[in-house]
Design a protein around this ligand. Structure first.
Ligand code: KIV
Length: 274
């Protein structure tokens, strides 16, 4: 079992060149498998709205949803660095509201950091949460909570103006005190440009190889979800295997081949079996 990493370990990657991996995770059984692996970090992401709850997007996920799933993940993976996601509506009213939501997620899950979306627009909330003593990871680029403003799940940073705005956002997040920044869905050169101009490490998801931490959605990388974005390599293709297992189970039951004595309790009951 590898030692659990810390905020200073993650900060140090900017200098020492260490690379870490992160997967999203939302349940106990999956968390026990991540715990048994070399992956260092878990995000209890609001993507659970799509992967666990069947929503079209992440809006609608609540702080209580994140806590409900996060507690199970923490039980299954006590030695991983766990980030709890701040869902839409949990930090867009005021700094106080953001601190209250972050406190709840941080305390009730027992996670190591929280993540929230937005650059300049979220800087005051990030500052408040950091000053309250909670490590914060920012999130810019393709930010799923505001896809309606972006016109869908679209690659960001496609013009120089857009790139400069992303850099301003990244700098605002760093200045607000975040220790880490997630960049999602941007061309490789955009990540390189931002990384060169900020002093905190980057978690990339669909942002190319030049990141201190790489992130993937668990269901995407295991081939369990119906739709997979271009950047999500399937390191396994479990969906067809799982459907095959369901069908084999169904067929064996219908044909009378399951359960056999091997899968039954065969002890004799006096008076019943004589
Ligand atoms: O909620 C989530 O899973 C995310 C991903 C982009 C990693 O934020």
């Amino acid at each position: 079992m590898n030692k659990k990493i810390t905020v200073p370990d993650i900060r140090a990657t900017k200098e020492n060149g260490n690379k870490y991996t992160l997967v999203t995770c939302y349940d106990y059984t999956s968390a026990t498998m991540v715990e048994a692996s070399d992956i260092e970090m878990i995000l209890v992401g609001d993507s659970l709205g799509m992967t666990m709850l069947g929503y079209d997007g992440t809006v609608g996920v609540t702080v209580d949803d994140i806590i409900h799933h996060g507690k199970a993940v923490k039980k299954g993976a006590p030695n991983k660095f766990i980030i709890g996601d701040m869902p839409f509506g949990a930090y867009n009213v005021s700094v106080e509201q953001g601190i209250t939501s972050a406190n709840k997620i941080f305390i009730e899950i027992g996670c190591d950091a929280i993540k929230l979306e937005g650059g300049k627009r979220s800087a005051a909330v990030i500052k408040g949460i950091v000053e309250a003593g909670i490590p914060v990871c920012g999130h810019i680029g393709l930010t799923p909570q505001t896809t309606s403003m972006m016109g869908g799940f679209k690659v960001q940073g496609k013009s120089m103006d857009a790139v400069e705005l992303l850099l301003e956002d990244a700098k605002a997040i760093e200045e607000a005190g975040a220790f880490l920044i997630m960049i999602e869905g941007v061309p490789v050169s955009v990540t390189q440009y931002i990384r060169k101009n900020i002093g905190i490490p980057v978690i990339g998801i669909g942002a190319g190889p030049d990141c201190e931490v790489q992130a993937l959605i668990l269901q995407d990388m295991l081939g369990m979800y119906e739709w997979v974005p271009k950047f999500a390599k399937k390191f396994a293709d479990l969906r067809p295997q799982i459907i095959d297992a369901f069908n084999t189970y169904h067929q064996e039951v219908v044909e009378g081949n399951f359960p056999t004595p091997e899968y039954s309790y065969n002890s004799k009951v006096e008076g019943l079996d004589d």
